[in-house]
Structures are given as C-alpha cells and as structure tokens.
Design a protein. Structure first.
Length: 209
C-alpha cells in the first residue's frame, strides 16, 4: 500500500481557495486571491522541498491540474523554482476530471470511474506515494472515505469568512498524530499530521479523580 499525502495552504477559518494569485480561483466572487504570497519565505520553500524530496506521483483535481499545467512546464531554466518544476514536470499525474481528452501536461492520465474506487486502486499498487496539492473538492471526498494518510498543513494567520473549504461535515472521524510543527517569522504554522488509523478517543472529566 502506498500513502496518500495531502499538502495545502489553509487560513485560520479553513479556507483554501486561491492562495497563489488574484485570478487563481474567483468562483463565488472570492476577492482575496493571492493571500499566501506576502508570507513567502525560505522556511516555507524548504518545507515544500522536503515534501517533494522522496519519489511521488501527483493526484490532482481538475482545477488544480489546470493551474499547475499552465505554470510549471513554462518555468525558465534559470528560475530559482526550476528544481521544483523539474520534479513536478517529471512526475506521473493522476487527474480527477470529466474531460480526459484534454490533459496536455506530460505524464498525465485521467482517473476512470468512481473517484474513491480509483484512488483505492492506486493506493493498492506498488510505487511511490501519491501527493496532492490543493484540489479541495476532490480531497473532501477522499477525507469522507478515509483515504488520506498524511496531512501537510500550512496554516496562515488570516481569516476570510467565505471561500472554498477543504474540510466538510462529511469527513470520516479520524485520529492523527502530529509528526512535525514549525513556524515562520510571519506567523505561518507548518505542520504534518499522520493518520493513526483509529477514530478519535473520547472521555469525560467526570471520571477524572
């Protein structure tokens, strides 16, 4: 079994919409696109490089796929992000899409049939872990099915009160273990949580002596 690793930039109130730019995702009239950009620094860059250090295959929703496909193949050779571009461009990409005929990014293939069944089948295969960025609609379905093994959350000190969220009321109750925590001078929390494989424990203070 290979793991499903989800990495996302998230606000204090759980919004994951359009962190990278004003026009990234304006659906619902969201006016705050690009909210992560003012906090960019070397610590966050190192966090992302660590995430992508081991071999991986990408698992992406269609919206995130289109954003990535329009950006990473066009990074100049002398760009400071060229190493990340090479890693992403060279990876196999599994895409949840209703338009399988239009996947121009090298190494892309559409998931077939039911999303949850298709991802379960990928997890049973031999190979590198599956790595997901963004793709909030897809991740919500995978959280509901209990398929996410590893959460890398970058929590930004902002709040919007509106926007697309990744965690829904249908997420499967699960316990996670904090495997890493750090912060930047700008107040961004960098965390990694590993699924414990059991529902959350509960208790009562009435039973405490």
């Amino acid at each position: 079994m290979r793991k499903l690793v989800v990495s996302t930039f998230i606000s204090l109130d759980g919004v994951v919409q359009a962190p990278g730019g004003p026009q990234e995702d304006t659906s619902g009239g969201f006016p705050y696109g690009g909210w992560m950009v003012p906090y960019a620094d070397e610590i966050i860059g190192g966090h992302v490089r660590n995430l992508m250090a081991a071999p991986f295959e990408l698992l992406l929703g269609r919206r995130t796929y289109d954003i990535f496909a329009g950006h990473w193949p066009h990074i100049p050779a002398d760009s400071p992000t060229r190493h990340l571009a090479d890693r992403l461009n060279g990876a196999t990409k599994h895409v949840a899409t209703h338009r399988p005929e239009a996947l121009p990014w090298r190494g892309s293939q559409a998931l077939r049939g039911d999303l949850v069944d298709a991802v379960r089948a990928l997890q049973r295969q031999d190979g590198p872990d599956l790595l997901t960025f963004g793709s909030s609609d897809m991740v919500r379905q995978l959280l509901a099915a209990g398929l996410v093994d590893d959460l890398w959350l970058l929590v930004y000190p902002v709040m919007f009160g509106r926007g697309r969220r990744m965690f829904g009321d249908d997420a499967q109750p699960s316990a996670f273990r904090l495997a890493h925590a750090g912060s930047t001078s700008g107040g961004v929390l960098l965390t990694r949580y590993l699924r414990e494989g059991q529902p959350p424990r509960t208790g009562s203070f009435d039973t405490v002596a």
